[in-house]
Design a protein around this ligand. Structure first.
Ligand SMILES: [Mg+2]
Length: 364
């Protein structure tokens, strides 16, 4: 089954947060780099390479660095392709857009494998342990406490039992805790703002609000020794991993005792193949995998399948906003705080061609 064609598509989706904040990190759209791999067997697979503000660079990496090496390869040789792409591209960096592009390719190859076998991806990965997966609401950053409180209350009213904030101030976290009440888990994602000493001071202030975890409190994110020290000293579980790629980096993280919760992102770490290695390492290190998945396309579906095939699945991150259209139907909708697991072959849902047409970035 030879690869005949690779096509990348940038999708830019306007979104709504239900309140006055219509921008996110200065942007008004959710930007994704999807890619389709076509084979001579007539089977095509879809992948998802991390985009966000780097979508043009990611697309260029897919088109110019990665895709040419795929033409003519056997699509069934997923492990071999993953290895040769990583090996031949290592001089451009083992993090960032190179690995995002490789991740997208790997997801598409697994989609093809599932379709060729007539099996959903979770079946290929060992079977489904759960029919539904608990979700957590991942609120967009908005430091105004009244807005944080309103969003938290809305998520709880929808059935979420876990709510994550992207906030760095005491008033914002306090507002969320007061809106949620004592029974809802609150996670605090800070996105690497502080030195180790600053992080220790802030962790002390956040302790009053009983955080379920404190996420990426220290810059740089690969300072695993500092994260380990903070976790030990504060007693607050640390979550991190969305900025790590490959199993080797996660092994360093786990060996350092840096985290209680590891957050590999399937569109960043090297795809499904690399994610599985990370999950195996996490199991041996008694670390819980809670994937990073603030996206709404094939990468999100891949995350559902990966978690469904884990013996003790944790939670699925649901970016708490409403995209103007859904790329993959209603699989992105949590019901009573949980997701269903797709059951069709491969990822179980191809992107909607109308959405691809209507939201495609013509300039990218
Ligand atoms: Mg995060």
């Amino acid at each position: 089954m030879r690869i005949e064609n690779v096509e990348s598509v940038v999708i830019r989706l306007p979104f709504d947060t239900g309140d006055k904040a219509k921008e996110w990190r200065g942007r008004r759209t959710l930007d994704y780099v999807l890619l389709r791999i076509d084979t001579d067997a007539g089977i095509s697979g879809w992948g998802d390479a991390f985009g966000y503000g780097a979508f043009r660079a990611t697309k260029a990496a897919v088109d110019h660095m990665i895709a040419p090496a795929l033409i003519g390869r056997d699509a069934r040789d997923i492990a071999g392709i993953s290895y040769t792409l990583q090996q031949s591209n290592h001089i451009w960096g083992r993090y960032g857009v190179t690995m995002f592009a490789i991740s997208g390719v790997d997801i598409a190859l697994w989609d093809i494998a599932g379709k060729a076998a007539g099996m959903p991806l979770h079946q290929l990965l060992g079977g489904k342990t759960h029919d539904s997966l608990p979700a957590y609401a991942s609120l967009m950053k908005c430091p105004e406490p009244d807005v944080v409180a309103a969003r938290t209350a809305a998520a709880v009213a929808e059935g979420y039992r876990h709510v994550k904030l992207h906030e760095t101030t005491v008033p914002a976290v306090r507002a969320a805790r007061e809106a949620a009440g004592a029974d809802i888990a609150i996670m605090i994602d800070t996105n690497c703002p502080w030195t180790p000493n600053e992080a220790a001071a802030m962790a002390g202030k956040f302790r009053d609000f009983d955080p379920h975890w404190l996420e990426e409190p220290i810059f740089p994110p690969e300072d695993f020794a500092a994260l380990a020290a903070l976790q030990a000293q504060s007693g607050i579980p640390i979550a991190a991993g969305e900025n790590a790629c490959t199993a080797f980096e996660f092994k360093r993280m786990f060996d350092a005792g840096a985290v209680t919760y590891a957050q590999p992102s399937v569109t960043k770490v090297g795809g499904i193949s690399e994610f599985r290695k990370i999950a195996a390492l996490a199991e041996t290190a008694a670390v819980t995998i809670v994937p990073h998945s603030p996206y709404f396309g094939p990468g999100f579906l891949a995350t559902l399948h990966l978690l469904a095939a884990m013996p003790r699945p944790s939670m699925v991150e649901r970016f708490y906003c409403t995209p103007e259209a859904s790329i993959v139907g209603d699989w992105i909708e949590a019901r009573n705080g949980a997701f269903r697991v797709p059951h069709g072959p491969g990822l179980g849902q191809d992107p909607n061609p109308d959405v691809l047409r209507d939201y495609r970035d013509k300039d990218a």
